[in-house]
Design a protein around this ligand. Structure first.
Ligand SMILES: *[C@@H]1O[C@H](CO)[C@@H](O)[C@H](O)[C@H]1NC(C)=O
Length: 210
């Protein structure tokens, strides 16, 4: 699934077009297991990250913050508080972004997260560090992340996915990749995706690009 997202991201970055005939997944092929669940109205619709793989890779680095945004849908009552977390598919850890008990005001429509700050704090305090991996954004209200759906009430949302990366860890591979590049240096976004490709498997990425 990461590779499908990666393919879509590469297509968006114009890399596939330059690389000749390769499978060209389109965003409509990027499916999520829970797409099939018909969700009753009431809750939020995630507006940021957009449902677009190329825009949802975020750097874990100094001064790099991430804003998640949403709009409310069909709510008859505003939640008291909203809580935001990110669950990592690779290690099963759920990382706090706007944690209980403080969270956010019930009518908040965005939250800005500083992953690098979390990373430093985790190292200092012995908490699970962030991984360069995929995450699922969780937004829920005071009824908790597992609250059931009720007409008009806030329903927990786990529809958005994003990925984090530590850019410096992948510089050697990026350099190696660029050794075979022509004069047209890859755009910044595509070098990001190439580094993520290292995460997904260099062999698979090679198959995609060569
Ligand atoms: C974030 O939310 C606040 C109020 O909740 C709003 O004033 C601000 O414009 C929002 N920012 C973005 C980037 O959506």
């Amino acid at each position: 699934m990461l590779l499908r997202g990666l393919g879509a991201g590469l297509a968006a970055a114009g890399v596939l077009a330059a690389a000749g005939p390769t499978p060209t997944p389109t965003p409509t092929q990027v499916r999520r297991a829970d797409d099939d669940a018909q969700r009753p109205a009431g809750g939020i619709s995630i507006t940021e990250p957009a449902v677009n793989a190329a825009s949802s890779y975020y750097k874990i680095g100094p001064h790099e913050s991430v804003t998640f945004g949403w709009s409310f849908t069909s709510l008859t009552a505003t939640p008291s508080r909203l809580f935001v977390a990110a669950s990592c598919s690779q290690n099963g850890v759920t990382y706090p972004i706007a944690a209980s008990p403080t969270g956010l005001p019930g009518d908040a429509t965005n939250v800005t997260w500083y992953p690098y700050g979390y990373h430093l704090q985790a190292l200092q305090q012995g908490h699970p560090d962030l991984l360069a991996a995929k995450y699922r954004l969780l937004v829920y209200d005071e009824k908790g992340p597992d609250a059931g759906a009720k007409g008009g009430e806030f329903q927990p949302n786990n529809q958005a996915e994003f990925a984090l990366y530590f850019p410096q860890h992948y510089t050697p591979l990026a350099d190696w990749t660029c050794g075979s590049c022509n004069d047209a240096a890859p755009a910044r976004d595509s070098s990001v995706l190439l580094r993520l490709g290292a995460l997904a498997g260099a062999a698979a990425l090679g198959a995609l690009l060569l």
